[in-house]
Ligand binder design. Structure first.
Ligand code: MN
Length: 197
């Protein structure tokens, strides 16, 4: 089922040019990882990626994750990425797919909370059905988030990413504004961009 999950990722990139990882599928780890990249391509956006089935299921979230449960953040499903993309930071060269700087804005592990008809179900099946829930234990992001597909199918489908009401919900806090730097290198996206020139 997941064998060709990375076909689109590979087709879009020339690995002789880009510093991004070529990526190999691996057995899923006991703890599932997540990463949120900040990526300044044609438009600045956040790429929210959760490990599932040996790849990173991915959504591009223009405004980034909110800690306010009233915010419904647009999230466009993008192609699965390899697990070793999780700690990628760098500058994708001009003329290449997704050209521009990338930093690891947040990272950590998550617990799958997805249910279907009141029973726990895998994150992978939830993505196929169009609804998943995950509890994040990151540096910046904490607590449960729901992802719900509202339009389309597969890559390019429109989803909403919403903070659920729990002790980590906080309408007065905006991590995308207050905590802009990489949790991996401490660099901002502008510092990463400048590192390539
Ligand atoms: Mn991106």
């Amino acid at each position: 089922m997941a064998r060709d999950d990375l076909a689109e990722y590979h087709a879009k990139r020339d690995f002789d040019r880009t510093p991004e990882p070529r990526g190999r599928r691996r057995r899923p780890a006991q703890r599932s990882s997540f990463v949120v990249h900040l990526h300044d391509a044609r438009r600045l956006h956040y790429d929210v990626r959760l490990e599932s089935g040996g790849v990173l299921k991915s959504w591009a979230v223009p405004k980034g994750p909110s800690t306010d449960p009233r915010d419904k953040r647009l999230a466009v499903r993008t192609e699965d990425h390899p697990l070793d993309y999780a700690d990628f930071e760098g500058v994708i060269p001009k003329g290449d797919y997704g050209a521009g700087p990338v930093i690891v804005w947040d990272a950590g592990t998550y617990r799958n909370l997805t249910e279907h008809d009141g029973r726990p179900t895998s994150f992978h099946d939830g993505v196929e059905r169009g609804h998943v829930k995950a509890w994040f234990d990151g540096v910046k992001l904490h607590g449960a988030y729901a992802f719900t597909r509202i339009r389309g199918q597969g890559n390019g489908a429109t989803w909403l990413m919403v903070k659920m009401r729990d002790e980590a919900a906080d309408p007065d806090h905006q991590p995308v504004v207050e905590q802009p730097a990489s949790v991996q290198s401490g660099r901002t996206i502008d510092e990463m961009a400048a590192s390539a020139s």
